[in-house]
Write a protein that binds this ligand. Structure first.
Ligand SMILES: [Zn+2]
Length: 532
């Protein structure tokens, strides 16, 4: 009978099989650290008994592990032979050795084929974005997702904590942010009220949970657009002090933070001071957004126009560059690197530590432009919306398409291509179950591109992922399992897209037009008077 070969996702750098095998009825771990307890309680397959040394009986697989500081940080090697599994690991590589061993054990059925595995990640930053702003994601679900990230060998969770539809982080300086900004009267679908926010204590517990699992948690406070929840709490932060509710529907909102008022800068700085205090030690980055900020209010706001004139700026687009630069400098001063979405208006303004997150080309910088800017600055995280936006229908991004993701763009210097991130935007993800259906199995493909590099072929991945998906399912993670859905035919894909687009139709666009005319009629003359 041929020796068993293992299907491992993400694919390790090298696997060599031997001739023998180790029969076992229990796995014995020599070390007694967090990783061993986590292996025993969370990672190991349900039918495998993991015990401490001294508690064994019968035939065992004895797991020994030692650190080798000369290895890259997240690298490990795993050699199984003669009833022993020897792990050698870099500073943070042990957890990943157990992740791999767990996949092997899940396919073993009481006997492990001799194997030597050497493994290290292709990308240093391997992220998953959670949008808690549209629908609040309770802390318990975030923890479950953190475990799912470990199983994928991902090492960052980017939390999109604020948006038009909700402010999800407690603030001491501005308590109305979480008291008022965390509630919307109804949502796109179901027309039910929705609310929720993380207390600082809850967020600290999430951060500690993730840190134990090698996961960096990157907070995002998106500005100056996507701020309707904050404006509902503090209307004076907008250009005209308009009293507006927390947004109920999706779509880009026209009321954003005013860039001309000093109190807006103090607000932003104090909020970021609180974020920095909370997240210090758990991440190198603070994401400050910068995407999708329409300028129709700024164009007619006396304060904005005055500020643009004082600073010698040509227009409101440059005013956003100026605004984001001030905020980014504050973040640098707090000891973090700022991350921004790749919008053209910020190019040329941002401090050199800035990390650019590539997501689109429409109205933003293209791939090449972002890569050049990022290479001159603090680097680039790639989350190209054509491959990595796993909230979109499978008709738009099939599993096969997501496997074409290239986290490091050609021509990027190695040290500036920080890695990639998959995005789970939340407007169409009202609950945890739906989140898993969107995420899985595309997360497996994207994680493999980030961990293993871009040499793999889809057919090989598709074959290997069967065992991984079944392992995840045994751990309670059930994604989309129907191939006809995740790799749909052209017809089915079009229907999926149509269904998705249909849900985006609402009266918001028309409402915006009427609203813009109203604001212009009321305030338009003030703006031109101040500007001229
Ligand atoms: Zn203004």
């Amino acid at each position: 009978m041929p020796m068993k070969r293992y299907d491992i996702v993400p694919a390790p750098s090298t696997v060599r099989y031997g001739e023998g095998k180790s029969v076992f009825s229990a796995v014995v771990v020599e070390r007694d650290g967090f990783e061993e307890r986590y292996f025993a309680q969370t990672l190991a397959p349900g039918n495998v008994r993991v015990v401490r040394a001294g508690e064994e009986s019968g035939q065992t697989l004895f797991v020994a592990a030692r650190e080798d500081r000369s290895m890259p940080d997240e690298a490990y090697s795993l050699a199984v032979k003669g009833g022993r599994a020897e792990i050698v690991f870099g500073k943070r590589g042990l957890l990943y050795a157990y992740v791999t061993l767990s996949q092997i054990l899940a396919q073993s059925d009481g006997a492990v084929t001799d194997a030597e595995i050497e493994d290290r990640p292709y990308c240093g930053y391997r992220g998953l974005m959670l949008d808690s702003a549209r629908y609040f994601i309770p802390a318990d679900d975030v923890r479950k997702i953190a475990d799912l990230c470990v199983m994928h060998k991902l090492n960052a969770i980017h939390m999109h904590l604020t948006d038009d539809q909700g402010w999800r982080l407690e603030s001491d300086a501005y308590p109305r942010l979480h008291r008022v900004g965390s509630r919307r009267s109804h949502t796109n679908f179901g027309c039910r009220p929705h609310e929720g926010y993380y207390t600082k204590a809850e967020m600290r517990s999430i951060l500690r949970y993730c840190a134990e699992r090698n996961i960096e948690v990157v907070p995002e406070i998106d500005m100056p657009g996507h701020m309707r929840a904050a404006l509902a709490a503090y209307p004076e932060l907008g250009c005209f002090g308009r009293k507006l509710p927390v947004a109920t529907h999706s779509g880009v909102k026209h009321d954003i933070l005013c860039a001309g008022k000093d109190e807006v800068y103090s607000f932003v700085f104090r909020v970021l001071d609180e974020v920095a205090e909370l997240f210090r030690g758990y991440t190198r980055y603070i994401h400050i957004g910068g995407d999708e900020a329409p300028k129709m209010r700024w164009d007619i706001c006396p304060a904005c126009r005055r500020k643009a004139k004082e600073e010698g700026l040509k227009d409101s687009e440059q005013l956003q560059g100026f605004f984001m630069k001030k905020v980014a400098e504050h973040v640098c001063g707090l000891g973090f690197a700022p991350v921004v979405w790749n919008e053209k208006c910020m190019e040329g303004f941002m401090p050199e530590q800035t990390v650019w997150q590539y997501w689109h080309t429409d109205g933003g910088m293209d791939e090449k432009g972002t890569a050049a800017t990022a290479a001159a600055g603090g680097g680039m995280i790639n989350s190209d919306s054509a491959y990595a936006y796993v909230d979109l229908p499978y008709g738009t991004i099939s599993l096969e398409k997501s496997y074409k993701f290239t986290p490091k763009l050609p021509g990027m210097p190695e040290e500036k291509a920080l890695g990639g991130e998959l995005e789970l935007w939340g407007e169409y993800i009202p609950d945890y179950k739906t989140l898993l259906k969107r995420c899985l199995p595309r997360s497996c493909a994207l994680a493999e591109r980030m961990w293993s590099g871009t040499d793999g072929d889809y057919a090989g991945f598709a074959k290997r992922s069967v065992a991984f998906v079944s392992y995840l399912s045994s751990k309670g993670y059930d994604g989309e399992k129907r191939k006809a859905v995740y790799d749909p035919s052209a017809l089915r894909g079009s229907l999926q897209k149509l269904w998705f687009e249909r849900r985006q139709l609402h009266w918001e666009g028309l409402h915006n037009l009427i609203d813009d005319a109203k604001v212009k009629k009321q305030h338009g003359t003030e703006g031109s008077a101040a500007g001229d």
